[in-house]
Design a protein around this ligand. Structure first.
Ligand code: THU
Length: 164
């Protein structure tokens, strides 16, 4: 038996204004996306903006449903839309933010576990790191360099594909 340690490193910016122009624009598009959320049940509006390697930005917002589990998070709406409109084009960066009519979302919003798994699929598929920019309605921005940082020891397709 041996003890192993995994560490992640990430960047913290004091505000969106500290980001470079491309990242700032992507985060602004995530904020725009949050305004399109359909979230009558939680009143928690999440926006995601996905920058593809071809320069296209695909946006998504959470879409809720009266049958609660049927709804989908903003991040999966965005990456699934990106992959269906631009199959074969790797994802470079995903910016995520949220706002609520009930609470002030001051801390960076991190994607849920299911979204991490969904996004992971594309990082593995294209063998290219997907960067994350996470923010609340206001305040700090966190930058993580890949999905692995958010989902270590992840489950991958190679775990279930037979090799002969
Ligand atoms: N939600 C997202 O869209 N992304 C996340 O990463 C966390 C949660 C949505 C799902 C639901 O519509 C609302 O936020 C409250 O959980």
């Amino acid at each position: 038996m041996k003890k192993l340690t995994l560490t992640i490193d990430y960047l913290e910016y004091d505000s969106i204004d500290e980001l470079n122009a491309e990242d700032k624009s992507l985060m602004q598009q995530a904020h725009e996306a949050a305004t399109t959320a359909y979230a009558p049940y939680s009143n928690f509006s999440v926006g995601a903006a996905v920058l593809l390697e071809n320069g296209v930005v695909v946006k998504g917002s959470n879409q809720e449903n009266a049958a609660y589990p049927t709804g989908l998070c903003a991040e999966r709406v965005a990456v699934f839309a990106a992959s269906s409109h631009y199959p074969g084009v790797p994802i470079k960066t995903i910016a995520i933010t949220a706002k609520s009519s009930h609470i002030k979302v001051e801390n960076p919003v991190a994607p849920c576990g299911s979204c991490r798994q969904a996004i992971s699929e594309y990082e593995v598929l294209y063998n290219k790191p997907i960067r994350f920019l996470l923010m609340g309605e206001t305040g700090k921005v966190l930058e993580l360099k890949n999905v692995e940082s958010l989902l270590p020891l992840r489950f991958e397709g190679k775990n279930i594909i037979h090799s002969h």
